[in-house]
Design a protein around this ligand. Structure first.
Ligand code: AKB
Length: 310
């Protein structure tokens, strides 16, 4: 069957890059971009959608003949701490509405992004295993860990084909992050080209897993097009491309922008980052559906600067 894809949270950092990629893969008229706010014309076929409104989701699925959903709408780690109960509502009720609507309306496939924020202080920090301790310490992480389990539940109990990856911090020249702990790794590029000084909200040695957006988009498309039998994890797959500290990305950018300076003013986001892990073991994704990154730190830095300078 021809895919007719609904993307929620389409105006966010991932959605605004993933939507054009899905259109390229499946055809311009096969992807409906939605967001809580009206999307501008550059998004093409779009609609407003409040994921807390179950009837609105079902109406849209019916009216547009939707058969796949990429449920990206969520409030991220740092922003989520400003209003924990509202974050829980958006992230959790939003997901449950999508799952229930998918069951009711017979949706074929669902994509649910999870995150390294599902890990916590007791999780092994290096080469974090696929199946490990999840004791998240942000409301975003708690909602995503619960969300992963809901996805498995709807798969096991109702046969829904839901697939998920635990994204590391995402770095993109095409879109800006909104309210995450890993946002510094995008901000540093913009400041490098604008003011040649960057004030980092993490400490110099805080190591986190990261990924360049072209890899994240390709991973998503590959996961979703893999044969059903090859998907062995129905919670969420660990995924990694690189891992670095603020000091390391600074040194790499300085090879291209020699006058760049950096200072460190750690804030509450440092405390969040310290509960996450440093590197993850993503061998299950590599084995089950052939994941392999194309960008390491030097290649990503070169490509980011090249595109941002354009
Ligand atoms: C965040 O920092 O909250 C996100 C994430 C790692 O999920 N980028």
């Amino acid at each position: 069957m021809e895919p007719k894809i609904l993307v929620t949270g389409g105006g966010g950092q991932l959605g605004s890059v993933l939507i054009p990629a899905l259109r390229k893969a499946y055809g311009t008229h096969s992807v409906l971009a939605t967001d809580i706010r009206p999307l501008d014309e550059s998004f093409g076929w779009s609609s407003t959608l409040d994921v807390l409104n179950f009837d609105m989701i079902c109406d849209l699925i019916e009216r547009e003949g939707i058969n796949q959903i990429y449920h990206l709408a969520a409030i991220l780690s740092a922003k989520g701490e400003e209003n924990p109960t509202f974050t829980w509502k958006v992230n959790m009720d939003g997901l449950l509405n999508i799952l229930e609507a998918s069951k009711k309306m017979g949706i074929d496939k669902i994509f649910y992004p999870s995150t390294i924020a599902v890990f916590g202080s007791s999780t092994p920090k290096v080469d974090t295993p696929q199946d490990t301790i999840l004791n998240p310490e942000t409301v975003y992480g708690i909602s995503k860990a619960a969300g992963e389990n809901w996805c498995k539940y709807y798969h096991d109990r109702f046969g829904l084909d839901i697939r998920s990856v635990r994204y590391p911090g995402l770095i993109s020249y095409e879109s800006l992050p909104g309210g995450g702990t890993t946002d510094y790794a995008v901000d540093i590029f913009h400041e490098a080209l604008k003011s040649e000084h960057f004030t980092c909200f993490l400490k110099s040695d805080t190591r986190l897993p990261m990924m360049y957006m072209p890899d994240a988009v390709r991973a998503t498309v590959e996961l979703m097009s893999a044969p059903k039998e090859s998907i062995k994890s129905r919670t969420s797959y660990n995924l990694e491309a690189m891992s670095f500290t603020p000091a390391e990305i600074y040194e790499e950018i300085r090879k291209h922008v020699p006058n760049l300076t950096i200072s460190y003013e750690p804030d509450f986001r440092e405390l969040i980052a310290r509960t996450w892990v440093e590197t993850v073991d993503d061998s299950s994704a590599r084995k089950d559906w052939g994941w392999k990154e194309a960008f390491d730190l030097p290649r990503m830095v070169e490509d980011m600067l090249y595109h941002l300078k354009q």
